[in-house]
Design a protein around this ligand. Structure first.
Ligand SMILES: *Cc1c(COP(=O)(O)O)cnc(C)c1O
Length: 414
């Protein structure tokens, strides 16, 4: 590549100078410690033959060759490799959001008109909408089930012979857990592909591929990024076949992750293990404190013996870590009381997300389950007094003190 010939004019120099530092110079210049943000849409090659070759898929054991950023970007590939390694998968594909990752994962798993998906009936709201408002009208048979009933779900898998099974490791906001190994085995028997959203657990708490799952999906917006500053998603495949399908769909659907967000999420990943340890320790301490408080009528946390799947959680979740999210019901609280509770909080932020370093409180009736009627919510076990706390990495006693004063304030104000 000829850079800046002397006869170029200023306009031309401004456009072209300084950009094309060829990679072989890197060894002499000093290798950057962290992967640079490759803010580039296309990649240039030495000659037309090399450009021609760059459009061919690279063999898996050779370093990737880039042509166009929708087909791959080094900053994004750096993140994909780290998450694939953390999940123990064959490879990963990053997306612009968790929902884009779920969409592509369902397609990669083979969901198409005339096929059946068995999915949990307590999925993240947007995921349920994806199934009911995008896939069902295309002719996909969507079967929603209580997947915490293992025997009945295994029986349904045998009867319905689904193409895809879609589960979450821990549900929102009641933090229910399904028997992943048993459901994965039942799926395998009928040749169904299993897709699991592991956003709430991360590879620190659970590695679904080890339990026979085919594709793991994350909203990287949550724990993987961890700082509330980037939106992203990622899907990890256990086989080359599903990895190729995911790569194909991200190129066609175009929901790629930007290299800027990829860099933020890669930076987040470096402290994921440390953060998850603190999230889980804090959440356990807060769940115990809430459970003994008379102003709280019910606490949902898989680490508490009273949780309906506590024993299963103990077997499935790694190192007795039960996650960083705690849900609880303020005793006899209606919407007005919960609003007063939220307004009284000083440390916990009332924000619709989870997995950040900050403690975040979300009111299900107002956010994730807003479109349901109170009766529909009650049917799912979500009362008007239920709130979800994504426990941050602050000092546990400061979070407890904040909850304590807000619980006092909301009931005093009645
Ligand atoms: C947030 C979330 C999603 C959606 O992810 P986005 O990054 O917001 O698109 C999917 N599943 C779960 C469990 C989530 O918490």
């Amino acid at each position: 590549m000829n850079e800046s010939p002397e006869n170029w004019n200023l306009e031309t120099l401004l456009v072209h100078t300084g950009e094309h530092q060829v990679p072989q110079d890197v060894a002499q210049q000093g290798m950057p410690t962290t992967l640079p943000i490759y803010a580039t849409a296309t990649f240039l090659h030495a000659d037309a033959d090399a450009l021609d070759a760059a459009f061919e898929p690279t063999p898996p054991d050779e370093p990737p060759v880039y042509s166009y950023a929708r087909h791959g970007n080094p900053t994004v590939v750096g993140l994909e490799r780290a998450v694939a390694a953390a999940e123990g998968g064959k490879g990963a594909v990053a997306f612009g959001s968790g929902m884009a990752a779920l969409h592509a994962a369902l397609l990669a798993a083979g969901l198409a008109p005339g096929e059946t998906v068995i999915a949990a009936n307590n999925l993240y709201g947007a995921t349920t909408n994806l199934l009911l408002k995008v896939f069902a009208p295309m002719g996909v048979n969507v079967v929603l089930r209580d997947v915490t009933d293992t025997a009945a779900t295994c029986q349904a898998i045998e009867q319905e012979q689904p193409t895809v099974i879609l589960l979450e490791t821990v549900s929102n906001p009641l933090l229910q857990i399904c028997d992943l190994p048993a459901l994965a085995a039942a799926a395998r028997k009928v040749g169904a592909v299993t897709v699991v959203d592991s956003t709430f657990t991360t590879p620190i708490v659970l590695r679904p591929l080890e339990h026979g799952i085919d594709i793991v999906v994350h909203s990287a917006t949550k724990y993987l990024g961890g700082h509330g500053d980037a939106l992203g998603g990622i899907a990890v495949a256990n086989s080359g076949f599903h990895l190729d399908a995911l790569s194909g769909y991200v190129r066609m659907l175009g929901g790629v992750l930007s290299p800027f967000e990829a860099r933020l999420i890669s930076r987040g990943l470096k402290t994921l293990a440390l953060r998850m340890e603190r999230h889980c320790e804090n959440a356990a301490a807060i769940a115990e404190w809430l459970a003994q408080d008379a102003r709280v009528s019910r606490v949902h946390y898989p680490g508490l013996p009273a949780h309906p799947q506590h024993e299963l959680a103990g077997c499935l979740l790694r190192d007795h870590r039960y996650g960083g999210v705690v849900s609880f019901e303020i005793r006899d609280a209606d919407r007005a009381v919960v609003h007063r509770f939220m307004d009284a909080l000083r440390l916990c932020l009332c924000g619709t997300s989870l997995g950040d370093v900050y403690s975040l409180l979300s009111y299900s009736a107002l956010s994730s389950h807003r479109t349901l009627t109170p009766a529909q919510r009650a049917e799912q076990g979500i009362s008007d007094g239920l709130v979800r706390l994504s426990v941050g990495i602050e000092h546990a006693s400061d979070i407890i003190a904040d909850l304590d004063q807000a619980l006092a304030a909301c009931q005093a104000g009645a």
